[in-house]
Structure formats: C-alpha cells, structure tokens
Design a protein around this ligand. Structure first.
Ligand code: NAD
Length: 779
C-alpha cells in the first residue's frame, strides 16, 4: 500500500510489538519444570502450550504429579513460620515484587499476549499495570496488617487456582494479599496459559522472595483437584467457572479448609434512554469486546430501553464493523484471539444453536483461533443464551420499558458478579445501583478494577472479595480457636417426673405468629432436677419452607434505615430487661446454671442488644481511594435471609448474639433454637412480639439440628447459613450449600467465647460488600 493509498483510505498500518525478548526468555528447549521451594524441578511429564493467534507451539510445561504437589505444599509449610513473623519484612518483598513487575513490564505483557491471545494493548496498558498496583497496595497492607488487624493471623498454606483469561493479574490478586497477611502459597495457573506465572516465579528470587513462600505447579484440572484435596492446605482460593467452583465447595465441605470462590457471571449492561449513547456504545465495546469477552465480569447482557433500542442497535452494528481483529502483538488491533480452539468451538456451538437474530461484525477474520464480535437480539429473558455465560465476544440484547423492569431483568439470573448502568440522571443511577443484585456496579463506566476496591460476587458468582481490607481479611483468621464441642443431648425424661402447673407447649414462631409444627410432633423439656419445664414443637422441612417464605416476604426490613433498626433493637433490649428475672429463672431451670450466672447471661444479652443497636447505624461503607478520576464506594448491604443454628453453650446470650447483628445489618433470619435448651428462644419471641419487630424478620424454630440442617442449607431462598451448634453440622451445611453456592459460616464443632461480641467477624458475615464505581469529571 502506497502512502497516497493510506491517505485515501485512512487505513491503519500494522504496529507489531517485538516478541524477541519473550522468545529469548522461553529459551531454546522451551521446557519447564515446576517452581518448588525456590528452585526449578527438572521438566517431567510435559504438555504443550500454544499461541492461539498463530497456532504455534510456545513451550512444553510439566503436568505436576501428586508427589510434586506434596513437595510444593511441604515447601510452603516449611517457609510459612518465618514468613509470618514480620509484616515490615513482607512489605519490602512485596514492594520488590511490584518494582520487578514494573521493570519487566513489557516482557510480561508480550509473553501474556503470546500465550493467551489477548491484544498487547490490553496486557501492556491494563493487566500488567494492575498487577504492579496490586503488589504496591499489598506491600502497604503487609506493613499495616499487624496494627490494623489485631488478633488476626494467617491461615498458613494457601492453595490457589486461577483461570486463563487474566493469567498474571489473577495470580497477583491471589498471591499479593495471601503473602501480605503472612501465608505462603501453592499456585496453579490454567493449563492454557501458564507462562507468565513461570516468568513470575523465575523473577521471584531477584525480588528476595524466600524459598518456599511462592510455589508454582502447572497442570490441568487434575492438579487443581490434588491441591483442593491436599490435607495440609489451610485455605483454597479459586477463580474459574461456576461448575468447578461448585465441585470445590463440595470437596472441601466439612474439612475446615477456608474457601473463597470467584466464579462466572452474566452481567447486565443497562442503557437508559437519557444515556449519552456514543459513550454507552464505547463502554459496551469495553464491556464485551475487552479480552474478546473472555472476562468474568463482561457486560454480556445488554438491556436497552425500548424507545432507543432500534437506534442503539443500529449504531452498535456500525461500531462493531469497525473493530479490528488481528494478531495480538499488533498494537492497532481491538480484539485478539480466543484462548484455545476448544473455547472457540464452545462459543460457536452456543451461537449456532441460538434462535435469535445473529449479527456478526463485518470484520476480516484472521487465520488462527478467532471469533467475530457478535450481537444476538430477539431472545426471551429465559433463553439459554440470556442465562448462560458464553465467555466469548458475543453480546445478547433485550429491551425494557421502565426502570423497575430493567432491575427485574438485570436480576433475573443465577449470577451476581457485576452490572453496568448508563444514564445521565444521577438520581436514577443512585436509585438503581443498590437494587442490582451484584458485587460490583459501574455507573457510566465499565470493567474498572483496582486493588483498593473489593471485587467479587454474590449468588452463583461465588463468595469472598478480592482487594481492599475485605480481600485481606479473606486471607486471615482469628488467632483464637475454640475448644472442641461435644453434642449436648436434651435432658432425658426422669424416672419420676415432677409435673406442676398448667401444661405449656411453646409453638414455632413464623411470620410474626406462633405456629404449630407441621408434623404435629413435640417433645418435653426437662430440668436437670426432673421438673417438666414445658414442651416445644419439632419443626420439619415444611416448617423451614414456611419460615423462609415468611422471611422472604419481610424484604422491607432490608430497606429500612439503620436508625430504625437501632431503635427496634433498643426496644427489644428494653423489653428483655423488663422480664430479666423471669429469663434468668428459666435459664437456671433449663441448664442448671447458678442464679447469679443466669442473671449475668441475661444482663450480657441486654448489653449485646445495645451493642448491635449501636452498630446498626454505624457500619458505614467507605469511599476507596482509587488511582483514577472516580470514586469507588464499598457499600455494606444485607445478605438477605440468614439461616442460623444457635449455640447450646449460652442459650440466651448465644441466641441474641447471632440474631442481633443479622438484624442490625438489615437481614432477616430463620433461627433454629438451641436443641437441648430451646425455651430461652421460645420465651424470647414473646419479647420480639412486643418490640415492633415486623412479621417475618425473625423466625424461630425448635427441633433437631441434624435433621433441619440439610433443609435450611439446601433452601435456594436462603442467602447464608451460620452454625454454632454443638452438633457438628459443618459438613452437611457446606455440602448442601454447594447447590447454589450460598455463603456459610460454620464452627466445625468448636466453641466460641460468647462474652465477646466478635464485632468484626459478625459484621463481615452479616453483610455483602458492593462496590459502586462513579467516575467524575468532564472529558
Ligand atoms: P475453569 O473452572 O475450567 O478452570 C479454572 C482453573 O481451575 C484452571 O486452572 C483449571 O485447570 C482448574 N480446574 C479445572 N477443573 C478443576 C477441578 N475439578 N478442581 C480444581 N481445579 C480445577 O475455568 P476457565 O475456563 O479456566 O475460566 C473461565 C471461567 O472463570 C469463567 O467462568 C469466568 O467467568 C471465570 N472467572 C471468574 C473471575 C472472577 O473473578 N469472578 C475471573 C476470571 C474468570
């Protein structure tokens, strides 16, 4: 093409980035072993890693064996004690890693693009700078962890498994907070894209990372399974597909391994009719064609207001035709290759089976593993393509008429990772953002990420947050571990019973009403001295369903102000105080506690209600300082309906300690009372009845913990389940919770000190953090 031709067509010329340095680093034989204990093992059972854009072999990488995983875990274990000693020393290493990433930025970016097929413009300008930012931020966290997170300690050895779409960035998201808190890691990159993790390992020694602190094992899902199953790993952090996340939840159930899951999404991109349309279209290009749509938080579901839909789709098609596909190392291209032919074929299968109107961009499709930018319209909200993650450059679109309908459509998904909304009306934006069920909301922007801003999902997009203080907390636990609990059986019926007074059977408390148990069974509650204290109903699965339904119907509670919730909690305390003597007598009769001890428990319960009333209007969100012209609001939202198994070791204080924080943060509860000592709970609901607690906000059941646990944990309308029971329900709850990936907080049959409100822990478990990004400035 001559210069005058170029002036005529205004066509870009290629601007290729050199691959020479990256190929030189790969070396002549291009075979890699594993990075264990600060050294490389000899290459073992090898598999090939290819450049998807050119369909060329890049390297041979080792499929780790069980012995290799054992060796990596052992090296991490050996290194952990001394690594955890000094936050200041860790800060220096993390700082050195940040500097190392910056010094080798171009090498990392080119290698990443060769390996994954993403445009070098993205790996150079987005992935690698974010990686460096992550290590800088967490150098600071390491420095501050001791003073700012007192009483928290690292888990120990963390197993970390990452996907192929942001290989180095996901490594940084996992490694930096784990190391900052004093953990050591065994990380497995995805089998398609292990190369930048290997480069990172190679450069670790230069940054002064002690041997064994970072171990990299390569291989496929089988190696991931070995990490998940390894008995000497304390925490698993996984980013990947929802299906594998579900398997990992089930595999770790009851083992006591901590778990965070960052999974898939089908994130809505909502355009209101007053939006700046050109900006919204550019935003959409970033939302769905950034990294070829192989992005967990991709805005893959366009919802556009009906009155502008035709015009919007027309302009979008024009823009799509201008996208440039090509070699990822060409700095002028917009969309690179799909990571692997297997993924491209999966995308093609999904699109080919669609009954919608398919528009493929009129771009030249290069040879290699490419798929054209695609728009599909005319689908119903229930269509598989509106519901399932495609994980490629394919946008599905539908329309809405009103803001309320937009919210309904946006939330009509099993996922809840991210959402974007586009409008010039700030009132509308700030009204809609809290109504979207997702971990992140971008207003008039999309795919903004930063180390200070928590990222993560709700529903089947997983649980846990990466980034910010929340991300750090996910790599630490309380220093104190409770003592083992043994199941406390109810007091058995005495040989010669002392029965005085009128028969009293406490019913269940559902939807603000006392309800007979569905099964029609009840049991006697005896004192240690053989006196009949009353009867309680035995709840069954149907009662759980009714209680969850009542709690769901009480949604309004989650929209009340902290001020109102505080007043109601104070009022509960006031009414409990009026009946203090009666409650103390009951506690002492049930558990045989001395009078003074029982009175102390009632006083502590009143105090606990005051504590959570105080917090109800003070657990403020935070504006996170992000390095761009935007404010990122980390907002604390209620989880929704929380299922709870109350503790047996403090029948009233324990009950109040689990209900009050949930209420204070705007949740509704289905609480199963202590099994051996249930009457404190059935008396307590009488206090609730007189304290203006709206019906359905607290529901109290009595019955067998082991029988009720699978039903409560398996219920799809319950957002989280907590267990402090003396019966070990942990495995049952975590296994059942795998179905819809609800959050769990279980005690693994260990006690807790109920005299301590454990404020931060309860706040963390009672809230979901939603990060709302609001860019500012003109132009
Ligand atoms: P994947 O789940 O197939 O694989 C992810 C990782 O898990 C890989 O390293 C893989 O080898 C490993 N793995 C596979 N089977 C395993 C098993 N049974 N046990 C343990 N490990 C196993 O996902 P993928 O196809 O590599 O990545 C795409 C998915 O990742 C998408 O669903 C995407 O939404 C999700 N993702 C989520 C986030 C997030 O932060 N939420 C970020 C990036 C990607």
């Amino acid at each position: 093409m001559s210069v005058s031709d170029i002036f005529q067509s205004m066509e870009y010329g290629p601007a290729p980035e050199s691959e020479a340095e990256a190929m030189a680093w790969l070396g002549s034989d291009r075979s890699f072993g594993l990075f264990i204990g600060g050294a490389w093992t000899a290459p073992g059972d090898l598999f090939e890693v290819r450049n998807p854009a050119r369909d060329q072999s890049l390297a041979q990488v080792t499929q780790a064996s069980a012995g290799d995983v054992d060796a990596a875990v052992a090296a991490a274990r050996r290194a952990q004690g001394s690594w955890a000693k000094s936050g200041a020393a860790r800060a220096r290493v993390l700082y050195a890693l940040a500097r190392m990433v910056q010094k080798q930025a171009r090498l990392f970016a080119v290698l990443e693009s060769l390996d994954s097929g993403k445009p070098v413009r993205e790996s150079r300008d987005i992935d690698v700078p974010l990686v460096a930012r992550h290590f800088y931020y967490h150098a600071g966290m390491a420095q501050l962890a001791d003073s700012e997170l007192p009483g928290r300690v690292p888990f120990g050895v963390c197993g970390q498994i990452v996907p192929w779409n942001f290989p180095l960035l996901m490594l940084a998201w996992k490694v930096a907070p784990a190391l900052a808190m004093g953990n050591t890691v065994v990380l497995k990159p995805a089998e398609y894209t292990p190369l930048t993790a290997l480069l990172f390992a190679d450069l670790c020694a230069q940054a002064g990372v002690p041997p064994g602190v970072i171990n990299i094992v390569t291989g496929d899902g089988a190696v991931g399974e070995m990490i998940v199953a390894h008995p000497d790993i304390d925490k698993i952090a996984f980013t990947g597909s929802t299906g594998v996340g579900r398997q990992i939840r089930a595999a770790t159930a009851g083992t006591g391994k901590a778990l965070t899951l960052e999974l898939g999404g089908k994130s809505p991109f909502i355009v209101f009719d007053d939006a700046d349309i050109d900006s919204a279209i550019e935003g959409l290009v970033d939302a769905i064609w950034f990294n070829g749509g192989q992005v967990c938080c991709a805005g893959s579901r366009l919802l556009v207001q009906e009155n502008i839909a035709e015009d919007f789709h027309d302009r979008l098609r024009v823009r799509m035709d201008k996208l440039r596909l090509g070699d990822p190392l060409d700095k002028c291209i917009d969309v690179g290759a799909i990571v692997h032919p297997v993924q491209r074929d999966a995308i093609a299968r999904l699109v080919d089976a669609s009954r919608g109107d398919i528009y493929r961009a009129a771009c030249d499709l290069p040879a290699g593993c490419f798929y054209p930018p695609t728009l599909i319209t005319g689908l119903s909200p229930a269509d598989p393509l509106m519901q399932e993650e495609i994980f490629g450059p394919v946008l599905v679109s539908t329309t809405f008429r009103t803001p309320a309908e937009a919210v309904e459509l946006a939330n009509n998904t099993r996922y809840g990772l991210a959402a974007t909304l586009w409008t010039e009306n700030v009132n509308l934006a700030l009204d809609i953002a809290p109504k979207l069920v997702s971990g992140v909301v971008w207003i008039n922007s999309t795919n903004l990420l930063d180390a200070a801003a928590p990222f993560g999902g709700v529903r089947e997009s997983g649980f846990g947050r990466e980034g910010g203080w929340e991300g750090l907390a996910a790599y630490s636990r309380l220093a104190i571990t409770g003592k083992p609990l043994k199941p406390v059986p109810p007091v058995a019926a005495p040989k010669s019973a002392v029965v005085t007074g009128l028969d009293r059977t406490a019913k269940l408390y559902i939807g603000g009403k006392q309800a007979r148990p569905d099964g029609g069974y009840s049991r006697a509650v005896w004192s240690g001295k053989g006196a009949l204290l009353g009867h309680v109903g035995l709840a069954n699965r149907k009662d759980i369903r009714n209680a969850v339904e009542a709690a769901q119907a009480a949604k309004g509670w989650s929209r009340t102000t902290g001020h109102l919730r505080a007043q109601i909690l104070y009022y509960i305390a006031e009414n409990l105080s009026a009946r203090a003597a009666e409650f103390a007598a009951r506690l002492s009769a049930m558990s045989g506690a001395r009078q003074a001890q029982a009175e102390g428990e009632v006083e502590a319960s009143i105090d606990r209600l005051f504590h959570w009333a105080a917090w109800a209007d003070k657990h403020d969100g935070a504006a996170r300082g992000v390095p761009m012209r935007a404010v990122a609001l980390a907002m604390n939202e209620p989880v929704g309906v929380i299922g709870q198994f109350a503790p047996d070791d403090a029948p009233l204080l324990g009950l109040v300690s689990v209900i009050a924080p949930a209420l204070a943060m705007g949740n509704r509860t289905v609480t199963v009372a202590s099994e051996p000592f249930p009457l404190a709970a059935t008396d307590f609901y009488q206090v609730l009845e007189t304290s203006d607690v709206p019906p359905g906000v607290v529901n109290i059941l009595t019955g067998s913990h082991t029988e009720l646990a699978p039903h409560l944990a398996g219920h799809m309308d319950v957002g989280a389940v907590w267990s402090f029971s003396s019966s070990d329900l942990s495995q049952t709850i975590e296994t059942e919770a795998a179905r819809d990936l609800k959050r769990t907080w279980v005690n693994h049959a260990r006690n807790r000190d109920w005299t301590d409100p454990s404020t931060r822990e309860f706040l963390g478990h009672a809230c979901e953090v939603k990060t709302v990004w609001i860019p500012f400035g003109e132009g």
